[in-house]
Design a protein around this ligand. Sequence first.
Ligand code: CUA
Length: 162
Amino acid sequence: MMKLNSTVYLYELLWVLPSLALPVGMFAVLLVTTFGAEIHLPGVEGRVDPNRVDSTAPFDQPGVVQLGPGQYEVHMVSQVWSFDPAEIRLPVGAEVTFVVTSSDVVHGLFIPYTHTNVMLLPGQTSRVTARFDQPGHFRFFCHEYCGLGHHTMSGEIVVEAQ
Ligand code: CUA
């Protein structure tokens, strides 16, 4: 009688312990990635009236702005089905923060070979930083389906050797 009880107790323990360890482990991973590796969901970086993008700084003057040595900011507006600016010229080694919004529907900004992959929501500002250490031509794309011309919505970053 005693033997049966302890076997049942052991099986119960074999289920209970992993079901405790799993959520505790997952929570630990969440804490490490959030506070240790700073991986997080994009938050609201700023608001902008989608009807007044053209007259709201910094989107009233789309283009590249130099902030300091090797430091740049790109102010960009997305709309069906283009980016403004569509061509961005930077010197090699540039660290660039893209400040982007949409003036109509949901678009996306994806720059292959960088960590740049953000949604562009009307009414919100997206902000993402990338570094360009190799000279060359880098195409960027809209990665959110935004209508008939979605597949044509792209641009180019030209990184020039100094
Ligand atoms: Cu814009 Cu797809």
